[in-house]
Design a protein around this ligand. Structure first.
Ligand code: TXA
Ligand code: MG
Length: 339
């Protein structure tokens, strides 16, 4: 099967494929997703198969109007509704107990479902044209960096799915913030994303960042979000995350770098690294720039044949928390404290 690249004028073709139970690449404002009819168990199985994704890792269900949410869940508590009104359409996924409309396979066997109303006009048009909510995980092969362009998705999925809809480069670049409600005032962030804890605090009295966001899980711990337990976002190169200011960073990596190594640093740091004789790749100067670039840079490392990369860690507030979370997973929790 050759994977077709469709454009925004071919949404009806994409919708026909989705209605026929096929999996189709869909651009969103976060990353490209691999979409299917959330109500067709066989279509959902195709998505799991194309990604090579473990069956216990649930899919996010995407809607294109607030009114499409209620039929998918048991009920919508006031806090969830306030979050939706503030952040939808946008990069936020809200987990609630699922209704019987959601097949068990879509939910990875859990009794809950994460729902998101994406902001990307092509994603919205695909959902509307298909006439059903679309289940969509990120469009990468399981374990690889998420795709933020159609070319990245094609590299992972060519020959595995019938089509990808072109939608340009994704603006956010990291996936949605995934949260659950602990009680009427408390949200628990299971995966940080483009909506920050600081922004969520404007709507919820208490915002808890789940311990699994920044730390390696005890293999015996109960996992709230199954995606947390898998190695993720990883290029073939060995990644090491380095905490510290630029002088300490340079001191720590200089002796470790050889001809197969590179550093991934803030744009402002690249000149100093090159001067020190180290191959340097910039990944932006602000948290938002780093979010938009991180997955593309991780893919580039492999294209350049780099075997080992030292990454200067971003801050852990704002959107930086999401970038840090992706990087520690890409690094398999190898962290060096240089300060
Ligand atoms: O921005 C995004 O969220 C993108 C675009 C395509 O919408 N989607 C995405 O999906 O990143 P995926 O499947 O790659 O990541 C979803 C994460 C996984 O870690 C999964 O375990 C978690 O959310 N998740 C989904 N439904 C859940 C549920 N019911 N309970 C707990 N965790 C859930
Ligand atoms: Mg993913």
């Amino acid at each position: 099967m050759k994977t077709q690249l469709l454009n925004e004028h071919q949404i009806d073709e994409a919708a026909s494929l989705l209605q026929a139970g096929e999996a189709v690449g869909m651009p969103t404002e976060t990353v490209y997703g691999l979409a299917c009819d959330a109500f067709q168990p066989d279509a959902v199985r195709k998505v799991f198969a194309a990604k090579g994704r473990p069956a216990d890792n649930p899919l996010i269900v995407h809607i294109a109007a607030l009114s499409e949410w209620a039929p998918l869940v048991q009920s919508i508590p006031p806090l969830a509704m306030r979050l939706a009104q503030r952040f939808w359409p946008g990069p936020l996924t809200i987990i609630l107990p699922r209704s019987e409309r959601i097949p068990a396979v879509t939910a990875g066997g859990l009794d809950s479902v994460g729902v998101r109303f994406p902001a990307h006009p092509i994603a919205q048009a695909m959902i509307r044209a298909a006439g059903v909510p679309l289940a969509a995980p990120s469009g990468n092969r399981s374990g690889s960096p998420s795709p933020t362009t159609s070319a990245h998705m094609m590299a992972d999925m060519d020959g595995r799915i019938p089509a990808i809809v072109e939608g340009g480069a994704c603006l956010c670049g990291v996936e949605s913030t995934v949260l659950a409600l602990d009680d009427a005032q408390t949200v628990r962030i299971l995966r940080p994303g483009f909506v920050t804890p600081e922004q969520l605090s404007e709507v919820a009295e208490n915002v808890i960042v789940d311990p699994a966001v920044l730390a390696q899980l005890d293999p015996n711990a109960v996992v709230r979000s199954p995606g947390m337990k898998y190695k993720h976002y990883a290029p073939k190169a060995e990644v090491m995350l380095v905490n510290g200011d630029l002088p300490h960073f340079l001191k720590a990596v200089q002796s470790r770098c050889d001809s197969g190594s590179a550093v991934l640093v803030f744009d402002a740091d690249t000149a100093a690294c090159e001067q020190a004789g180290i191959r340097a790749i910039g990944y932006g100067d602000t948290d938002e720039e780093r979010a938009a670039q991180i997955f593309a840079r991780l893919r580039e490392l492999d294209e350049c044949g780099i075997q080992q990369v030292y990454v200067r860690a971003p801050r852990t507030d704002g959107v930086g928390l999401a970038v840090y979370n992706r990087l520690i997973r890409a690094a398999g929790f190898r962290i060096l404290n240089a300060d």
